[in-house]
Design a protein around this ligand. Structure first.
Ligand SMILES: *Cc1c(COP(=O)(O)O)cnc(C)c1O
Length: 333
């Protein structure tokens, strides 16, 4: 399918490396696991959100908007990336954050970058997010600003271009290394990464699988959310989806104690990978998803599969908000 990528801002360090995780692959006695290092898309602006924001913020700048409003959990990687990129681009940034105020990890960076942070209780946020966003738009307009609202995770028809492009990048990385991946796995949270990869894989007739491992909600939710983002993309770009078959696949069962909550086996897996490979995952997304991947390999889900690409979608700064749990209960030696 001939799809012409729109222009974007050049904000991320691309392409990111694709590296072999030989040692962990050997211990699992399964497929070769390759790590797509999207934790290296930058320093403080690193992770997967910057790929989406390259497209979203291009639209913001071209549209003549002078400020952005976005939202997420207190330790949102998306909010932190948005705050830093907004500062780079000279845009005002307002963040609506869910949960108790924090002074570490991502929140510290939000504040340093000059974002206007407001914290809301979980109940209030969950019930009223849309009206809280609209209220903020109104307030900013009264102050003379022209704001653009970026949805949770920049997951919509603008942002998903970022992971459509990343799909092509991954396939090219693998080609250079002499293989075609059997599966591309990643943590899924607001659905945009999964939507971009799933859409592009369908357009390109990819023979392997794109597998989101959900860290919140369930497979049914992601089936609906991914489709919603892809439909939005099709509408914005006047594209028909008739000729392609979307295969939205979510591996459910690894939410554990709930979004942003950890359990010992997940932290042990995170620590194991840190010590074995020198790769640091985060407790909210990549740590859970990678733990899920190792369990699925052990259960035989990937019997006969040769190569799996796991995307390291970033998130290192939220680790610092979990130092108590990591230090006191699980770290040894
Ligand atoms: C946001 C995020 C994800 C999930 O990506 P979505 O596009 O929101 O589904 C995965 N990993 C990290 C570290 C993230 O910050």
């Amino acid at each position: 399918m001939a799809v012409v990528f729109p222009e974007k801002l050049s904000l991320a360090q691309l392409p990111t490396p694709l590296v072999a995780l030989d040692k962990i692959s050997a211990t699992l006695n399964g497929p070769s696991i390759w790590l797509k290092r999207d934790d290296l898309t930058g320093c403080v602006e690193s992770g997967n959100k910057i790929r989406k924001l390259e497209y979203t913020l291009k639209h913001v700048i071209d549209g003549g908007f002078d400020s952005v409003i976005t939202c997420g959990g207190v330790q949102s990687n998306h909010c932190r990336a948005t705050a830093i990129l907004a500062a780079q681009l000279g845009l005002r940034c307002d963040l609506l954050l869910r949960g108790e105020p924090s002074d570490t990890g991502n929140t510290l960076l939000d504040v340093l970058a000059g974002a206007h942070c407001q914290f809301y209780s979980v109940a209030n946020y969950q019930k009223n997010l849309e009206s809280l966003l609209q209220e903020r738009v109104k307030q900013l307009k009264q102050k003379g600003f022209n704001p653009w609202v970026i949805p949770t995770g920049a997951s919509d028809g603008f942002g998903i271009w970022g992971y459509m492009q990343a799909f092509d990048e991954i396939i090219n990385d693998c080609k250079i290394l002499g293989f075609s991946p059997d599966a591309i796995c990643h943590a899924t949270g607001s659905g945009g990464t999964q939507a971009g990869l799933t859409l592009r894989s369908a357009q390109m007739g990819f023979k392997g699988e794109v597998l989101g491992i959900n860290v919140c909600d369930n497979a049914q939710y992601f089936a609906q959310k991914v489709r919603q983002d892809i439909n939005h993309w099709a509408k914005l770009n006047q594209q028909s989806l008739d000729a392609i078959t979307l295969n939205i696949q979510t591996i459910d069962g690894y939410v554990g104690k709930g979004y942003s909550k950890t359990q010992p086996e997940e932290l042990a897996c995170l620590q194991h990978l840190a010590q074995l490979e020198g790769i640091i995952l985060d407790p909210v997304y990549t740590g859970k998803a990678f733990y899920g991947l190792t369990q699925e390999i052990k259960k035989g889900r990937f019997e006969g599969v040769e190569n799996i690409v796991f995307i390291h979608t970033g998130g290192v700064f939220s680790l610092f908000a979990y130092s108590d749990e990591l230090f006191n209960s699980h770290l040894e030696g």
